[in-house]
Design a binder for this molecule. Structure first.
Ligand code: GAR
Length: 205
């Protein structure tokens, strides 16, 4: 099985979706390690409850030393024999050096239908734009934020009167479906139809 390291910054619900999927015998990956750049990330406890090694490498301990922080992340991922990284609500931009060392081996989930609405506040942006369809994207990480080859997307409707949080919850439910699905597919196992609801996975993995 491919050993995966997950990077988080907060709640960790996508991390948990990956952990739950990877607990199945037939899943091609195992979650070896969870790292957070914030000591107070709720996801750390959730990971530990699932028996996964999890700890913080606080970015605030590396003020003005982004490379130093990421060198530590890299070291720990390598020490845990990870060969793939999943960003799951990791809210810091990564340096080109880190991105390059994981090129083709680092996935991200983003709460919009990229290339629409990169960056933050994607649900507010979709509402402000009058989008009728919104969603989420799993993609490979490249040096440009929220770019990189798209592996999977799922669409949800924007309903009349939607608030940011209602729309966000509808998207998040899909994130939890497509992230494990995209990971499995990227590792060479076809998606099973039962997963697929309204998600599309790229066949080019
Ligand atoms: C998710 O909605 C994820 O798509 C988003 O942050 C949330 C993290 O939630 N990621 C980004 O915006 C990345 N730029 P989670 O910690 O519960 O998975």
């Amino acid at each position: 099985k491919t050993r995966v390291g997950i990077l988080i910054s907060g709640r960790g619900s996508n991390m948990e979706a990956l952990i739950r999927a990877a607990a199945r015998d037939d899943f091609p990956a195992t979650i070896a390690l969870v790292l957070s750049n914030r000591a107070d990330a709720a996801g750390l406890d959730i990971a530990r409850q699932h028996g996964i090694a999890a700890h913080a490498i606080p970015s605030r301990d590396f003020r003005n030393d982004r490379e130093g922080h990421e060198a530590r992340l890299h070291q720990e991922l390598i020490a845990a024999n990870c060969s793939l990284v999943c960003l799951a609500g990791y809210m810091r931009l990564l340096t080109p050096a880190f991105v390059q060392s994981w090129a083709g081996r680092m996935l991200n989930i983003h709460p919009s239908l990229l290339p629409s609405f990169p960056g933050l506040d994607t649900h507010a942006k979709a509402l402000a734009a009058g989008s009728r369809i919104h969603g989420c994207t799993v993609h490979l990480v490249t040096e440009i934020m929220d770019e990189g080859p798209i592996l999977a997307q799922a669409a949800v409707p924007v309903l009349p009167g939607d608030t940011e949080s209602e729309l966000g919850a509808r998207v998040l439910a899909q994130e939890h479906i497509i992230y494990p699905m995209a990971l499995r597919h990227y590792l060479g196992q076809p998606a099973i139809p039962a997963d697929a609801s309204n998600a599309l996975v790229s066949p080019c993995a």
